[in-house]
Design a protein around this ligand. Structure first.
Ligand SMILES: *[C@@H]1O[C@H](CO)[C@@H](O)[C@H](O)[C@H]1NC(C)=O
Ligand SMILES: *[C@@H]1O[C@H](CO)[C@@H](O)[C@H](O)[C@H]1NC(C)=O
Ligand SMILES: *[C@@H]1O[C@H](CO)[C@@H](O)[C@H](O)[C@H]1NC(C)=O
Ligand SMILES: *[C@@H]1O[C@H](CO)[C@@H](O)[C@H](O)[C@H]1NC(C)=O
Ligand SMILES: *[C@@H]1O[C@H](CO)[C@@H](O)[C@H](O)[C@H]1NC(C)=O
Ligand SMILES: *[C@@H]1O[C@H](CO)[C@@H](O)[C@H](O)[C@H]1NC(C)=O
Ligand SMILES: *[C@@H]1O[C@H](CO)[C@@H](O)[C@H](O)[C@H]1NC(C)=O
Ligand SMILES: *[C@@H]1O[C@H](CO)[C@@H](O)[C@H](O)[C@H]1NC(C)=O
Ligand SMILES: *[C@@H]1O[C@H](CO)[C@@H](O)[C@H](O)[C@H]1NC(C)=O
Length: 271
């Protein structure tokens, strides 16, 4: 086997050389695009040709299978008078796609991803079938960060405070705090719902008591509090009277202790 190895290498080099020499149509894209939480990013697939070319099929796909958008039956030729531009329909929501003829013999198929999430990270492939051959190019989309959410909402009715976090990924849960007290154990309805694209809507309700509360979105897999909302004091007639009674009941013993301590301190300092 060994003596043949250099021969094989030469063959590979020769084949590559002839291929590049006859490469009349090219596709290229930016190799390492990146995007962060809830932002958008556009991947361009730029096709350029040195001669007239008929494009039978040109498309963006994810992981070599799911087609995101496609165009076909376009002829690029030197007599083109009007450069076409067109918005295309996409197979998945959050994606917008269009193509623009950038010159007589070149065009750009652009795929825009909106509201990016960590799971959008990965390889996107643009593939061309034409009368001058089959070509493809890939873009490895990076996601900056490990977790993401879209929106945080808090609301109250007569009996409960509710916090809602939408577009959450990866899996999250709501923790409740009043000052440094962790009240997560008292939360009553915790729900999780998978949204159409795979992110989650996470909600939690806490029985309404006096005071200001803080609901925070905890991501167990990365161990961070990603967001928090303060649910305000709501002053209805009922809650105001509860606040008054509650104040006396809770602060009563504390004040008594304080006076006992103060008296003792006074007596000891006299002695
Ligand atoms: C592709 O073409 C677009 C114009 O449609 C341009 O903005 C972009 O920079 C080009 N990308 C590459 C990698 O050449
Ligand atoms: C391209 O044209 C052929 C024949 O005219 C037709 O069968 C085919 O559906 C067209 N493809 C697209 C993507 O429009
Ligand atoms: C390219 O196509 C145009 C329009 O069909 C034609 O006039 C021209 O001769 C073609 N050029 C070549 C090199 O085939
Ligand atoms: C494509 O969509 C954009 C934004 O919705 C719009 O402004 C533009 O006119 C559309 N272009 C075509 C060719 O339909
Ligand atoms: C395509 O062309 C239109 C009109 O010239 C322009 O508004 C749009 O930004 C272009 N899109 C891309 C992706 O280059
Ligand atoms: C969050 O609140 C805003 C404004 O109050 C509202 O428009 C939106 O629909 C709410 N979102 C959810 C998920 O409840
Ligand atoms: C208040 O909200 C909680 C939690 O969403 C719900 O269980 C309860 O039925 C609501 N109460 C009223 C009076 O709407
Ligand atoms: C709050 O309580 C929850 C559930 O009891 C627990 O998982 C979480 O780690 C606590 N957080 C803090 C900051 O103490
Ligand atoms: C809410 O709770 C989180 C988690 O303990 C904390 O990081 C954040 O500072 C609190 N926010 C307010 C306004 O109290």
């Amino acid at each position: 086997m060994r003596p043949f190895l250099p021969g094989i290498i030469w063959m590979v080099v020769a084949v590559r050389l002839t291929l590049t020499k006859t490469e009349l149509v090219k596709v290229h894209t930016k190799d390492n695009p990146s995007v962060s939480c809830q932002k958008s990013v556009t991947l361009h697939c730029n096709v350029s040709s040195e001669e007239n070319v008929t494009i039978d099929d040109l498309f963006w796909s994810r992981n070599h299978n799911k087609r995101l958008c496609a165009v076909g039956n376009i002829t690029l030729h030197t007599e083109n008078t009007k450069l076409q531009t067109k918005n295309l329909t996409t197979q998945q929501h959050r994606f917008v796609c269009n193509y623009n003829q950038t010159s007589q013999l070149s065009l750009s198929l652009s795929l825009t991803l909106q509201n990016a999430q960590p799971f959008d990270k990965g390889t996107y492939t643009c593939k061309l079938f034409s009368n001058r051959g089959i070509k493809e190019t890939t873009a490895d989309l990076e996601f900056q960060g490990s977790e993401c959410y879209k929106d945080a909402n808090e609301s109250s009715n007569d009996t409960h405070r509710t916090c809602t976090f939408t577009g959450v990924y990866p899996d999250g849960e709501v923790h409740w705090f009043q000052g440094s007290n962790n009240l997560t154990g008292s939360a009553q309805t915790n729900t999780k719902q998978v949204e159409t694209d795979g992110a989650l809507t996470v909600t939690s309700s806490l029985k309404r008591e006096k005071g200001t509360y803080n609901c925070s979105l905890w991501i167990p897999s990365t161990g961070v509090y990603l967001a928090s909302r303060v649910t305000p004091v709501l002053l209805t007639f009922e809650s105001r009277s509860q606040l008054g009674n509650g104040g006396v009941v809770t602060f009563g013993p504390v004040w008594k202790l304080f006076w006992v301590f103060f008296l003792c301190h006074f007596i000891f300092s006299l002695v």
